[in-house]
Design a binder for this molecule. Structure first.
Ligand code: FAD
Length: 381
């Protein structure tokens, strides 16, 4: 039986888990990752793309090639009734080079994975049992090897087996919308702009600019499954209509995929020698493209709290230290969950009067430069 001794074991090699290992190692902790799936590889056409905010790039512990080569978006245009009444955001107003970067998930994961030492990244690692000791935790893997550590960070996604095993209660609600994603070719240049329309039928359609000149579609719609079933030409006509032709005729450049949409929030982020981060702790409606950014902010906070305790000569895995992380992140994540939930309902089909009012409000907000700059700074952090 082989025994590995690490300071911290991160369970889950999604973007948040891999970023956590990278950040913790950069802060001087001996951290490693256990991923049940295969080692991440770059996909030719990645169905999932992330809008990575500038503050999240820091959480990735320095610019990665995946970010350096990503498509920056320098403008954002959000509208309801007419594109002419849109709320427009511009990076130049804040003297920033970009509002964020559109990065394919597989590229980000593969880069983060490759950046770790080989003996600190275990693929195909099925967790069989966890045993608590006074001074640490042992994780038994399916190949009978054991990882012994002082702290486990659960980055094992929305269905988090570690959260379930710790019996941490979860608040969860489903949205009537599903999320449809697909790569697109556009008749007109995307102008380094992320486009988003809150449509009158309660759907939210987002076009994220890609380095190949096309766009990635995220369409949160009550009819997502029916939209996927449409013939390509009918789908493209519906989509071009929903986006009011801002990028001309839109053409499918790959498969359409549909995801159920749900928001959830763990009641606690902390248990005995266990902390939750990323989707294991919270998921949000994708309309603000914030899911992974919230997880990367968790990583930053956790690393800072643990390093501060260690540097002060305290036990960095003690419950009081972990509680500091929970206090800071749970409040911030609650705020974003509430905001995205409010927006999805306010623009939903059940509240047409309110959505009309909010649509007018966007035009008004667009003419308020200081309020707009405030919103932009908030979105970039
Ligand atoms: C339609 C849609 C569009 C989205 N668009 C955006 C967007 O534009 N921008 C954005 O920021 N976010 C977006 N999100 C949200 C984003 O996908 C998630 O927030 C993000 O993937 C969370 O990352 P994670 O690492 O926490 O979890 P995951 O990506 O779910 O990774 C969890 C990992 O843990 C592994 N694992 C699970 N159990 C175990 C175990 N027992 N042992 C070992 N490994 C285990 C899994 O194999 C997996 O690799 C979107 C979501 C949806 C549904």
């Amino acid at each position: 039986m082989s025994l590995r001794r690490w300071d911290i074991a991160v369970v889950g090699g999604g973007v948040v888990g891999l970023a956590a290992v990278r950040a913790l190692r950069a802060a001087g902790f001996d951290a490693g990752v256990l991923e049940q799936g295969e080692a991440p590889v770059v996909l030719a056409r990645d169905p999932r793309l992330y809008a990575i905010a500038p503050a999240s790039v820091e959480a990735l512990a320095g610019p990665l090639d995946a970010v350096a080569e990503a498509q920056p978006y320098r403008h954002m245009q959000v509208w309801h009734q007419q594109p002419s009444q849109a709320l427009r955001f511009d990076a130049a107003v804040l003297r920033a080079s970009a509002l964020g970067w559109i990065v394919p998930e597989s590229r980000l994961r593969a880069d983060l994975w490759q950046a770790l030492p080989q003996d600190r990244r275990l693929a195909g690692a099925q967790l069989r049992a966890r045993t608590d000791h006074d001074d640490g935790v042992s994780l038994l893997l399916s190949d009978d090897s054991v990882v012994r550590c002082a702290l486990v960070v659960a980055c094992d996604g929305a269905t988090s087996p570690l959260r379930e095993a710790a019996k941490i209660p979860l608040h969860r609600w489903r949205y009537v919308q599903g999320g449809l994603v697909a790569p697109l070719d556009c008749a007109q240049p995307h102008q380094d702009t992320a486009w988003q329309r809150f449509c009158p039928d309660g759907s939210v359609v987002a076009l994220l600019p890609l380095a190949n000149g096309g766009c990635s579609l995220v369409w949160s719609s009550p009819d997502a499954t029916a939209l996927r079933a449409l013939q390509p030409a009918d789908f493209e006509a519906r989509l071009t209509d929903a986006t009011q032709g801002v990028l001309g005729h839109l053409t499918l450049a790959g498969e359409r995929q549909v995801f159920p949409l749900a928001a959830q929030h763990a009641e606690r982020y902390v248990d005995h020698r266990l902390v939750l981060a990323g989707d294991a702790a919270h998921t949000v409606h994708p309309l603000a493209g914030q899911g992974v950014n919230l997880g990367l902010a968790d990583v930053q906070q956790l690393t800072a709290v643990l390093a501060a305790a260690r540097d002060a000569g305290r036990d960095w895995s003690a419950p009081r230290v972990l509680a500091r992380y929970q206090r800071a992140r749970r409040a911030a994540n609650s705020e974003m969950i509430a905001l995205t939930d409010l927006l999805s309902r306010a623009f939903g089909p059940a509240t047409p009067g309110l959505s009309g009012l909010l649509g007018t409000g966007m035009g008004w907000l667009d003419r308020s430069p200081s309020l707009k700059a405030l919103l932009m700074r908030r979105a970039m952090n």
